[in-house]
Design a protein around this ligand. Structure first.
Ligand code: SF4
Ligand code: SF4
Ligand code: FES
Length: 488
């Protein structure tokens, strides 16, 4: 360890740390654009300037250098917010905004833009330049998912380094020089095929890289993040699901807009996914906003939820050789509730709710895992997996199968068995079951998933439960309870 001084406070730091790293570790804030804790250090934006003084030397008489690329040394004295530092940052911001448009009013990054924040903190003055701004392309299509506003780009090169160092597609680069520099994708389509490309939207410090899904959809201050877990594979990346704040729900809007997933961003988690997620994790609206099943059915005919529960309970109670196919999308709490209520009554197997989609990446060295379900680890800790030949799981006299979740073809069920089906989506199978029970989805309840390494992550409810559906956890207790005690 090395002792040095930040703003006259003695701090201990690792030998190989930079001033930026040591300052952050001890709670001293230094602004930055191009620096990112997970990327290499180009030192090109210069906003992180700090003043270095000798012992006894007054503030203002030291020298200025960038904190992100300056190694600490014993006894070093660093000032992070002296007059001289603030003056340098003001000059740097004048330079960075020389050609930057003042279009914060229509920029999706407004409210989250560090250039905006630093301008207020360190500059606050109109441009001193009398020259016309250099114009560049405003809506350059980088891929189907991302548009680039070159006028807003401050050439920090974070996006370029991300594709070189993290996703390793080497799919972005810098074209031309000076104030004509442009970020451009390589010509072989590698950026389009980069399964992690949307991370560059998050790490772009300004509004230059924009999600086509989110473009002009909402101001970020109307939205709130709810911590959740991506169910797209057994990695279980932690995410924030952004949706409209209660106080900003508008009566004039289509009700669906008040209860939709506006965007999904990573929720940094060093133990699971670091600060990244793959593009599949960004597209959770496609999973959770599919048409929902909101009515209980008896052989395809709508019925009261309570009637369906009573019927299912009677069928399970009367069955002699019942089998259950357990969902690997059930939360830890739901799986435990199922085990407690019905685990001894039925022969249970864990089925695989979701298989890889055509063209979907199966596995890579960064995050993506081959099992495209969130909770196989917890389900298989309780019950054995369904054999590859699913029919072999059903005894010849099997007279009831409880199917929980999607992804199982009813053609494989024993023809004479009664079917109790629990699912959340509108699917043809719903009407073929003897009893169909609509259950809530992850965004309507809280719980935990256990990932492939045994790490447990929590998710919270974003929206209220739809009328007519029941939480699986409550349903399992109801299926095992006396009829008089059942209350959905
Ligand atoms: S597009 Fe954004 S991340 Fe990329 S160089 Fe420009 S400012 Fe940096
Ligand atoms: S790696 Fe898996 S869990 Fe993580 S965001 Fe992608 S699909 Fe979701
Ligand atoms: S953050 Fe240090 S030079 Fe950009």
């Amino acid at each position: 360890m090395v002792e040095f001084f930040i703003n006259d406070v003695a701090v201990q730091a690792e030998d190989n740390q930079t001033v930026m790293q040591a300052a952050r570790a001890h709670g001293f804030y230094i602004p930055y654009f191009c620096w990112h804790p997970q990327l290499s250090v180009p030192g090109n934006c210069r906003i992180c300037a700090v003043e270095v003084t000798n012992e006894g030397q007054a503030a203002g008489s030291g020298w200025l250098d960038i904190a992100c690329n300056m190694p600490i040394s014993k006894g070093m004295r660093v000032l992070t917010d002296s007059e001289r530092v603030r003056e340098r940052r003001k000059e740097t911001l004048q330079f960075i905004t020389l050609n930057h448009p003042v279009d914060c009013g229509i920029c999706d990054k407004a409210g989250e833009c560090t250039l905006q924040d630093y301008h207020y903190e360190y500059n606050g003055s109109p441009s001193i330049s009398r020259d016309a701004k250099v114009h560049a392309t405003k809506h350059y299509k980088l891929s189907e998912r991302i548009v680039l506003d070159n006028e807003r780009c401050i050439m920090c090169t974070r996006c370029v380094r991300f594709t070189r160092e993290i996703s390793k597609t080497n799919s972005l680069g810098v074209q031309n020089r000076g104030d004509h520099s442009l970020i451009r994708p390589v010509e072989d389509g590698a950026f389009e095929a980069d399964h992690y490309s949307d991370n560059v939207i998050d790490i772009c410090p300004v509004g230059a890289l924009l999600s086509t899904q989110f473009l002009h959809k909402a101001r970020v201050w109307y939205l709130q993040p709810t911590p959740s877990v991506c169910p797209g594979c057994e990695r279980g990346c932690t995410v924030n699901i952004w949706h409209r704040k209660n106080e900003w729900k508008l009566k004039a809007l289509d009700a669906k807009q008040n209860a939709r997933i506006d965007r999904v961003t990573p929720l940094e988690n060093p133990a699971v996914n670091g600060p990244w997620i793959c593009n599949k994790g960004r597209d959770l609206a496609k999973v959770f906003e599919r048409a929902r099943a909101e009515e209980a059915l008896l052989k395809g005919r709508p019925t009261e939820l309570q009637t369906a529960i009573d019927t299912a309970r009677a069928l399970i109670s009367a069955a002699r050789r019942p089998v259950a196919l357990v969902s690997n999308w059930g939360s830890n709490e739901e799986l435990a509730a199922f085990d407690k209520a019905l685990g001894l009554r039925l022969s249970c197997y864990v089925k695989t709710d979701c298989q890889p989609e055509p063209g979907e990446p199966i596995e890579d060295d960064l995050l993506i895992r081959p099992d495209k379900n969130p909770n196989s680890a917890a389900a298989r800790a309780l019950f054995p997996p369904l054999p590859a030949d699913a029919r072999s799981a059903f005894p010849s006299d099997c007279d009831l199968v409880l199917v929980w979740g999607e992804g199982f073809s009813f053609a494989q069920l024993p023809p004479a068995a009664k079917i109790v089906y629990l699912n959340s989506w509108l699917q043809p199978e719903n009407g073929h079951a003897d009893v169909f029970l609509p259950i809530s989805v992850q965004t309507e309840r809280s719980g935990h998933y256990t990932n492939f390494r045994g790490g447990v992550s929590a998710f919270a409810a974003c929206f209220g439960k739809k009328p007519g559906v029941i939480d699986a956890q409550a349903l399992f207790a109801a299926l095992a309870a006396p009829v008089a005690a059942v209350s959905p």
